[in-house]
Ligand binder design. Structure first.
Ligand SMILES: Cc1cc2nc3c(=O)[nH]c(=O)nc-3n(C[C@H](O)[C@H](O)[C@H](O)COP(=O)(O)OP(=O)(O)OC[C@H]3O[C@@H](n4cnc5c(N)ncnc54)[C@H](O)[C@@H]3O)c2cc1C
Length: 426
């Protein structure tokens, strides 16, 4: 791709036939993911007057951060962009064609250029009691409350690592929850240094505002959850700093150890991973015509996602000029991301939490004791079915990468569990 907006042509392969009656839609630029990165990419691509589609597996746009907020959904998106709601890309049908599962059926989406903006999910680490009802991901509990779960008067402990904990605790507090403690595994000295650096990143005001909203909440640094107790549901958690342990009663535990980039679709399309999706200056992956923006290129927050989306959307329509300002903004966002990831890197103490009877693969009920004898993800998978359930290793895979340094070897289609009807369409 070079200089001026180029003529975008869809290249499809006649051999990738689909069942008669399967809907086919064609776009010059197709964006997968409707979070900040995808929205910015779609808006930037639409400036060139080409046919742009944006597919997201949620009914509404906004991604993880703006989910459910009708004032932010559709954020600056020009009317001519086609929104494909509740549309999940489950595989590739050949170059330039994706198989999509929609609420009402199956579709084939063809594109000349593709922008992957598939975001991230939470990292969960196993500890005794983590499968009890009311132990949830931090972002997961927030999403449930946004969807109507009543949290008023409930005692909640928010734990794990990273600034998402502050955002979640503040949101739950506003919704009436009693935040019994906010438990951050990173040591106080590191968090303080990061906090002081926020001035340079222009985010000090935002951080102070969050801290003010959490006034009165017990904030523990260098602490983590050692175990959760309860019978039918969660009743209390054991907190520790490595030297001493004690129990705190609570109704909910919202626990998240940072984010894991959703790179499976990029891997399936043949993009090189490092393990992040490798992109060039224009956000183009190693597969020509396939761009990537947001969390799959590196965890870094909404501003990084949005600016990378803008660059990807413009580049996808061949407009290379006038990106100097965006490149500078992206460099700033990357510096912030580097500080963020260094500050909230995970302590080794978390590796010793699972006991032999602690479930690691929740889909297939595989315990830590069953997994420990194996030396690789592949062998463990073959012997125990670990990672072979409905989530396809999305939860236990990253946990085992942290616990044992096991890396999944391949991504197989469909990248998400799909209906038989969807597979039959191919
Ligand atoms: C659970 C959770 C809660 C969060 N809450 C906050 C918060 O409160 N405040 C905050 O500052 N940051 C929050 N973040 C972080 C925030 O999401 C990121 O910082 C940033 O907004 C990411 O933008 P993005 O566009 O890269 O990805 P996302 O916002 O994650 O958007 C990606 C979208 O792509 C969709 N998608 C993925 N794969 C497919 C596919 N195959 N087919 C179709 N659609 C697909 C996803 O469902 C999602 O809607 C949260 C993250 C998570 C995981």
């Amino acid at each position: 791709m070079n200089g001026e907006p180029d003529r975008l042509t869809c290249q499809t392969h006649a051999t990738d036939a689909v069942a008669p009656g399967t809907a086919e839609r064609t776009f010059d630029v197709l964006v997968v993911g409707g979070g900040p990165a995808g929205l910015a990419a779609a808006a930037a691509a639409a400036e060139a007057g080409v046919r742009v589609g944006i597919a997201d597996d949620n009914p509404r746009l906004g991604g993880q951060i703006w989910r459910g907020d009708s004032t932010l959904a559709g954020h600056g998106l020009p009317g001519l962009v086609v929104h494909l709601p509740s549309t999940r890309i489950v595989g590739q049908l050949g170059r330039g064609r994706l198989l999509a599962e929609m609420a009402g059926g199956v579709a084939v989406l063809s594109y000349a250029r593709l922008v992957l903006a598939t975001g991230a999910r939470e990292l969960f680490l196993p500890f005794p009691g983590w499968t009890l009802p009311n132990v949830l991901g931090a972002g997961g509990l927030q999403a449930l409350v946004k969807c109507g779960l009543a949290i008023d008067g409930k005692r909640v402990i928010v734990a794990g690592t990273g600034p998402l904990l502050l955002a979640v605790a503040s949101y739950l507090k506003k919704r009436g929850a009693v935040i019994a403690a906010l438990v951050e595994q990173a040591p106080w000295a590191r968090v303080l240094k990061f906090g002081l650096g926020l001035f340079v990143h222009g985010k000090l005001g935002q951080a102070l505002s969050l801290r003010w909203q959490l006034r009165g909440v017990k904030l523990l640094h260098g602490h983590w959850i050692a175990a959760a107790q309860g019978n039918d549901r969660l009743r209390s958690v054991t907190l520790t700093n490595g030297a001493r342990c004690w129990q705190e009663p609570c109704d909910y535990l919202a626990v998240g150890y940072g984010l894991v980039p959703n790179t499976e679709l990029a891997a399936h399309l043949g993009c090189e991973l490092t393990p992040l999706v490798r992109v060039d200056e224009r956000q183009e992956t190693t597969v020509p015509g396939v761009f990537c923006a947001g969390e799959p290129t590196g965890i870094g927050g909404q501003e990084k996602a949005s600016i990378e989306g803008t660059i990807a959307g413009r580049s996808a329509t061949g407009r290379r000029a006038d990106l100097g300002r965006e490149f500078r903004q992206r460099a700033r966002a990357h510096r912030f991301a580097a500080d963020l990831n260094a500050t909230f890197s995970l302590r080794d103490d978390l590796k010793s939490l699972p006991r032999d009877d602690t479930i690691v693969c929740r889909c297939e009920d595989v315990s830590w004791g069953q997994l420990r004898p194996f030396e690789s993800w592949r062998v463990a998978k073959l012997q125990t079915r670990c990672g072979m359930g409905p989530c396809q290793g999305r939860i236990c895979g990253p946990a085992l990468a942290f616990l044992c340094d096991w890396q999944p070897e391949s991504v197989r289609p469909p990248v998400f569990p799909a209906r038989v009807e969807t597979l039959a369409a191919t």
